[in-house]
Design a protein around this ligand. Structure first.
Ligand code: NAP
Ligand code: ZN
Ligand code: ZN
Length: 349
């Protein structure tokens, strides 16, 4: 066991504060990681506010983790001390069901995946604690290799925002000739733009924030639509093959689904606390589809990290000290993030 400094939400809707926790000694298949940077995901905010129900407190959030390996168990073969490593949204799953066998651990059919935080270990039932901490111990099977070539702080958000947007773009084989809309230019949204552009699609950002247009274009988007402007919104009716929906709040889905052309698909990534409203006509009028996608499997996360190293793709970030985390959450709620907060974990020392 080792004691680790962290920041935790002590209870629902109480600001995060300094916290101390015990990490297990690395087991035979475990790696111990000194955490260097951890991204701040809107899911962290949803969960400390218990917007999805069932939150476990005290909660140490954080599932966009990068750091360096400081110890390895006897049977670890993929990593050695000194290697860079990443940990995303999950740290375990049953490993035996069809989904786990197929590398789709996020859809594990028996135990469900074990979240990096706000979840319980399969064997012990103990709560898991995330990356707003100095160290973490994870089975090597759920640990990713990180390239030495990229800026580490900018790599951290790839572990959730990156894989969550990469996975559906690959699943639906998005590429040249496709018109793709990205709804919401936040942490997930700005990564979706980068990936969809890299894959050769025509990309439009649908945003409530007129002030984000220049950034959207700099990220590679071809068009920008201010969704509060009805004329602008109507100009892209029946236009898109795919809409990647990253909105974290309750919205009227119908007016956005109408932007899909015949056989177009909206992929839901955002998880607002309230269920979306949609009229059947919005779908049947153009044989449209609404789908969803959850993070990505371990093998695909590694593929995404390798793709980013090859194409020099990283997140656009604002680095913060952990002492400013509560203020960062307030800003995130207002959509005032360009485009991901990343905690410099050295600030915990
Ligand atoms: P974020 O950085 O806060 O970005 C969300 C964006 O949504 C905002 O920047 C804003 O973009 C837009 N938005 C916010 N409130 C809105 C409103 N009331 N109406 C319309 N647009 C609004 O959040 P994130 O970290 O990217 O996460 C987005 C969502 O994805 C969250 O719900 C999160 O829990 C979920 N998520 C899902 C998965 C998964 O596996 N499916 C994984 C990670 C996160 P504009 O200013 O451009 O309008
Ligand atoms: Zn996340
Ligand atoms: Zn499983």
């Amino acid at each position: 066991m080792s004691t680790t400094k962290a920041y935790a939400a002590p209870a629902v809707n109480i600001p995060l504060e300094p916290f101390s926790l015990e990490r297990r000694a690395p087991g035979a298949h475990d790696v111990q990681i000194e955490i260097l940077f951890c991204g701040v995901c809107h899911s962290d905010l949803h969960q400390i506010r218990d917007e999805w129900g069932g939150s476990i407190f005290p909660m140490v959030p954080g599932h966009e983790i990068v750091g360096r390996i400081t110890a390895v168990g006897d049977y670890v073969s993929k990593f050695k001390v000194g290697d860079l490593a990443g940990v995303g949204c999950m740290v375990d799953s049953c490993r035996e069901c069809t989904s786990c066998q197929e590398g789709l651990e996020q859809y594990c059919e028996t135990t469900g995946f074990v979240g990096t935080y706000n979840s319980r270990e399969i064997k012990t039932g103990q709560p898991t604690y995330g990356g707003y901490a100095q160290s973490i111990v994870v089975d090597e099977k759920y640990t990713l290799h990180v390239s030495e070539k990229l800026d580490l702080a900018r790599v951290a958000p790839l572990l959730c925002a990156g894989i969550t947007t990469y996975s559906p773009l690959r699943q639906w084989k998005v590429g040249p000739g496709h018109r793709v809309a990205v709804m919401g230019l936040g942490g997930l949204g700005h990564m979706a733009v980068k990936f969809a552009v890299a894959l050769g699609a025509e990309v439009t950002v649908l945003s409530t924030s007129a002030g984000k247009e220049a950034d959207a274009k700099a990220l590679g988007a071809h068009k920008f639509v201010v969704t509060k402007d009805e004329e602008q919104l109507n100009s892209v009716n029946n236009y898109f093959d795919f809409i990647i929906n990253t909105i974290s709040a309750q919205i009227d889905l119908g007016s956005y689904v109408n932007l899909l052309r015949l056989d177009g698909t909206m992929i839901l990534l955002g998880v607002p606390s309230e269920a979306p409203q949609l009229h059947a006509f919005n779908l049947i009028a153009k044989r449209r589809r609404v789908a969803g996608s959850l993070i990505g499997g371990i093998a695909e996360t590694q593929e995404m990290l390798d793709f980013c190293a090859e194409h020099n793709i990283m997140s656009d970030i604002e680095v913060i000290d952990i002492q400013h985390i509560n203020e960062a959450f307030e800003r995130m709620l207002k959509g005032d993030v360009k485009y991901r907060f990343v905690i410099d974990v050295a600030s915990l020392n």
